[in-house]
Design a protein around this ligand. Structure first.
Ligand SMILES: C[S@@+](CC[C@H](N)C(=O)[O-])C[C@H]1O[C@@H](n2cnc3c(N)ncnc32)[C@H](O)[C@@H]1O
Length: 208
């Protein structure tokens, strides 16, 4: 895996970002998840769900959805949105590295921007944790910054090879396609590529 050029943000750093304009926090789901919606079967876990837009998109489609995030403010906002929209979804404050210490298992996991904020060590622990919660044959739908995005500001860039390496044992990487991440237009501190940061959208099946 490539060496990170800076330490990935911790829980305190993310909490501070939610106190301001978080660049990823947009008022709806990211389009690549909308495009694969018919393949996302329940129960669904949104790992690192933030304020819940992707999770609530799947809840609105009638899926049983659980969202987890380690920042309390994000989960408070996600629960508030669910109540305001009359949607049923579970949101819990939880560290993704500890997934699997409870009984619930999922047919689909969505990861929109969690994998790419983790250090190498946390990536390994996260993938191990995912292996505990994804049912055999279940799928992970993952969007992360790609190494085609210029610069180093913002999250780590991830190469196609790093995705294959991270999910080498007990997983099959079914597809890795170029995508764009929509960002909050109010966030202007970092200038990303015109049209949104360049990303990978990966579909990864649990084979073990
Ligand atoms: C780039 S944001 C994306 C949020 C959301 N998925 C979205 O698309 O709006 C990454 C999220 O992962 C959360 N996060 C980072 N590390 C985490 C961990 N170890 N466990 C749970 N959540 C984590 C952050 O608090 C943040 O909400």
């Amino acid at each position: 895996m490539s060496a990170p050029t800076k330490s990935p943000p911790d829980r305190t750093a993310f909490a501070a970002m939610y106190a301001g304009k978080a660049p990823w926090d947009i008022p709806g789901p990211q389009q690549p998840f909308v495009a694969v919606a018919d393949r996302v079967v329940g129960p669904v876990l949104d790992a690192g769900c933030g304020t819940g837009e992707n999770a609530l998109f799947f809840a609105a489609r009638g899926q049983r959805v659980t969202g987890i995030d380690f920042v309390e403010e994000a989960i408070t906002r996600a629960r508030r949105k669910a109540a305001e929209r009359g949607l049923s979804a579970q949101f819990h404050v939880k560290d993704a590295l500890t997934l699997g210490d409870e009984q619930e298992r999922f047919a689909s996991v969505i990861d929109c921007g969690l994998f790419h904020v983790l250090s190498d060590d946390h990536r390994r622990r996260y993938v191990q944790a995912l292996a505990r919660v994804v049912e055999p044959g279940g799928r992970l739908f993952l969007m992360c910054f790609s190494d085609a995005e210029p610069g180093t500001d913002g999250p780590r860039r991830v190469s196609r090879q790093e995705l294959h390496d991270a999910f080498a044992g007990g997983w099959e990487v079914e597809s890795v396609e170029p995508a764009r991440i929509e960002t909050n237009p109010e966030f202007t501190d970092i200038k990303f590529s015109e049209g949104g940061p360049k990303a990978w959208f990966a579909v990864i099946r649990r084979t073990g």
